[in-house]
Design a protein around this ligand. Structure first.
Ligand code: PMP
Length: 457
């Protein structure tokens, strides 16, 4: 197909996630054609440094031959095996065992999904089943964080707290609630301890208002991703986990972004010794080479469901592609790359360079905040550094910066609220970081030179 006919066919037939359909028709698609290492190539032949790992998922970088080989071998041997009716496949069983070995000790059982949204959705179904099966059917309310993202399923989107995911979709449900995000830059907490205490108090107050007998669980991302890379202080996650234990509600860590080395250790929970009741993962599980997610479950929840169910009746939760053998074979090879392949170690070794590059941009006239952990980070743009006033939304500054960056051969994520997000692959080299920050600074300077941006300062 010629490039114009591809663009036209896309406009007519392909519905894209998370865009205005009319805006997309007017703009047209950007077709990506190939990728190698940390560079994408579009169909016009432009080479682009990917500073976002696709969509926070290609933690390994592109073009890993060993992953391609693992997939090809499994496709030739057994491209599909159902998990229904007591069937299974070798790679899926091995990957489940590997995840249990590598994840916090509380997590002993794995249900595979196709991605993060159905992992969250499955977790919600398991939690409902668990409380019903263990004689506590009133525990139905779920608490999550403002600015949180927990995917786009019919119910999970109500836990997500971004307006576009609610508008016209009739969520959140009356059983879904949000407490303030641990957003230090936009709140005047005296210090980290005050922020942590405020989060715990907000959770306690919400549980008290709803009645502990009515609350099932608290869901959170250890670092909020799609809400603008909100990095809570060290100690926050542990405090929230302990609060859940005291309040008698389940603690669910959504590590879809933070899992698999993104923040340093394999899981963000690990850094604080946090043992969740359930954990959702996806993205880095297969590094984006094939769709797969998972719910990791504690033994207590598993046994509650198992014992509370009639042994002669099915537990009706399942997906045709749960535990897909090709995705599982990819996942196994990706797990090998994190550890034996040295990716985790490289990510940890490069994190200070990433942090230094972002922090150096605090000196730029457009930048008010730099925040990061591991290889997950963001810059927040302000028109006034003292008052922390953001740029007017009508300027569309993040989108303009992302578009200018594309022209300079750099891809990252523009968020609505004056936030630029970065999630480079764990295989980044020192010189690729040099390139990232050279291109980023050049881009910020170009946009700063535009008359309406200067006028807004
Ligand atoms: N949870 C979190 C924390 C996520 O970041 C995402 C995706 N960005 C999801 C769930 C949903 O995952 P998916 O897009 O694979 O359905």
């Amino acid at each position: 197909m010629s490039i114009p006919s591809l663009i036209e066919a896309d406009r007519r037939h392909l519905i894209h996630p998370v865009v205005s359909y009319r805006a997309h028709e007017a703009r047209g698609v950007t077709v990506l054609e190939s990728a190698q290492g940390v560079f994408l190539r579009d169909i016009d032949g432009n080479a682009l440094l990917d500073a976002f790992s696709g969509l926070w998922c290609v933690n390994t970088g592109y073009g890993h031959q060993s992953i391609v080989d693992a997939a090809a071998k499994q496709m030739a041997r057994l491209p599909y095996a159902t998990g229904y009716f007591h069937f299974g496949s070798e790679p899926a069983i091995q990957l489940a065992a590997k995840l249990v070995e590598l994840s916090p000790a509380s997590l002993q059982h794995v249900y595979f999904t196709l991605g993060g949204s159905d992992a969250v959705d499955s977790a919600l179904r398991f939690i409902t089943h668990y409380y019903n099966a263990t004689g506590r059917p009133s525990k139905k309310h779920i608490i999550a964080l403002q600015r949180g993202y927990h995917g786009s399923s019919a119910i999970g989107a109500g836990l997500t707290a971004l307006p576009a995911f609610h508008r016209n979709f009739d969520v959140p449900l009356p059983t879904q609630h949000h407490i303030p995000s641990p957003y230090a830059y936009r709140n005047d907490y005296a210090d980290d301890d005050a922020l942590i205490a405020a989060s715990v108090a907000a959770l306690e107050a919400k549980v008290e208002a709803l009645g502990a007998d009515n609350v099932a669980a608290f869901f959170c991302e250890p670092i909020q991703g799609s809400g603008g890379v909100i990095v809570p202080p060290v100690g926050w996650l542990k405090a929230m986990r302990e609060a859940c234990r005291k309040l008698g509600i389940l603690f669910v860590a959504d590590e879809v972004i933070t899992g698999f080395g993104r923040t340093g250790p394999l899981f963000a929970c690990e850094a604080e010794g946090v043992e969740p009741d359930l954990m959702t993962v996806a993205k880095g599980l297969t590094a984006g080479y094939a769709p797969m997610g998972a719910v990791l479950m504690s033994d207590a929840v598993y046994q509650g469901i198992a014992d509370g169910s009639d042994v002669s009746a099915a537990i009706g939760h399942g997906h045709t592609y749960s535990a897909h053998p090709v995705s599982a074979a990819i996942g196994l090879e990706v797990m090998r790359l994190y550890h034996e392949g040295g990716l985790l170690a490289n990510g940890i070794a490069r994190a200070p360079r990433f942090a230094q590059g972002l922090d150096a941009l605090l000196a730029h006239p457009l930048v008010g905040d730099s925040r990061h952990r591991g290889l997950l980070g963001a810059l927040e743009l302000v028109s006034d550094k003292d008052t922390r006033q953001g740029f007017d939304a009508s300027l569309k500054l993040p989108d303009r910066i992302a578009a200018a960056a594309y022209g300079n051969g750099l891809v990252f994520r523009a968020f609505g609220d004056n936030i630029l997000g970065f999630a480079p692959a764990l295989c980044y080299t020192e010189s690729e970081f040099d390139m990232l920050f050279e291109r980023l600074e050049k881009t910020l300077d170009e946009v700063l030179a535009q008359a309406d941006v200067r006028a807004a300062l």
